[in-house]
Design a protein around this ligand. Structure first.
Ligand code: NCD
Length: 315
């Protein structure tokens, strides 16, 4: 079997998405499974396996939920947090050499977050064990898109035919990019990108959507489109990567979801955000039943359990 990596959202086909989501459904009720033998069978298959989390950029959700996912499967986790400073990268070691060394230790799986677009692909090209892209600079974050889509499916029972607003900082945010790629695989999904003109979605994603016949539009103002949305997927300004001429503070103030916006939304709609949030989602709407971002974060564990099983050839 060829090595299974998770590098970009485009790689998934409908059958694989269904398989991963069905498995995630099972893991979502993991603690309620009365039959210990089912859990033991999972642990037995994973016993002795090692996952290495190599994070060159900050992370809370992704690193911890991957760790918990591995733990629940019975996989041991080794990790380097802040690998940019605390790994041999500071001594000048290339990413490729670090991956070769982890392979020499017979790692079963590497979860990589890196500040450069294409880093996961580079790592995979020298790795004989699976590499999962946990965010590569402004590139992609495919497992985040899996859990985003899983959350949409959970809230709306379907993905086909939905109107999904994806908004905020679309130029620098990788989660919005991966989600747009995944949504384009579904039937009649209407994607509405909302951002200031200087932070529009990249042309690579828009070209992909055109090639695949996806329906999409670009808008400046959330107020104009939010009334039609089934899903509003909102993102923060990536202030740690400043762009000349972009006023991030003004962006955060103007592109904010608060009660003024939720009043315009349909009762069945859902509000998602990959988190962390700053002021672009007001805490005043957290108790609105349409706000699903903390449920979404929680879905990271079962979805990543399924993704890990898939790369290990167990699914
Ligand atoms: C995102 C990321 O790192 O791309 N965080 C996450 O993994 N949930 C979003 C962000 O940092 O804005």
């Amino acid at each position: 079997m060829p090595v299974r990596h998770i590098l970009r959202a485009q790689q998934f086909d409908m059958d694989l998405l269904k398989t991963i989501f069905r498995r995630a459904d099972r893991f979502a009720t993991w603690h309620e499974i009365p039959d210990m033998r089912e859990r033991e069978a999972v642990w037995e298959r994973c016993h002795g396996k090692v996952q290495i989390s190599l994070f060159y950029q900050p992370s809370t959700r992704t690193r911890i939920s991957f760790g918990i996912a591995a733990h629940r499967l019975g996989i041991h986790v080794e990790q380097t947090e802040n690998a940019r400073e605390f790994s041999s990268a500071i001594k000048g070691e290339s990413l490729e050499d670090t991956i070769r060394v982890l392979n020499a230790y017979e790692a079963d799986l590497i979860v990589l977050r890196h500040y450069e677009e294409g880093a996961a692909q580079r790592a995979a090209s020298v790795s004989s064990c699976p590499v999962i892209n946990a965010g590569d600079g402004p590139g992609q974050h495919p497992t985040q898109a899996l859990l985003d889509l899983y959350t949409i499916r959970q809230a709306h029972s379907t993905i086909d035919g939905l109107t999904v607003v994806i908004g905020g900082d679309l130029a620098r945010g990788r989660t919005a990019r991966s989600l747009a790629y995944l949504l384009s695989k579904y039937k009649d999904v209407n994607i509405i990108f909302v951002s200031p003109p200087e932070l529009r979605m990249g042309s690579d994603v828009l070209d992909h959507l055109k090639e695949h016949g996806a329906i999409f539009a670009e808008h400046d103002a959330l107020e104009d489109v939010v009334g039609n949305a089934d899903v509003v997927y909102w993102t923060r300004a990536q202030t740690e990567h400043p762009i000349d001429g972009t006023d991030d503070k003004a962006l955060q103030e103007r592109y904010c979801i608060d009660e003024r916006i939720t009043r315009l939304m349909q009762p069945h709609a859902s509000i998602l955000h990959p988190l962390p949030r700053n002021s672009e989602i007001s805490a005043a709407i957290d108790s609105d039943p349409r706000a699903r971002y903390f449920i979404q974060a929680g879905n990271g564990v079962p979805v990543r359990m399924a993704a890990i099983e898939w790369v290990l050839g167990l699914l």
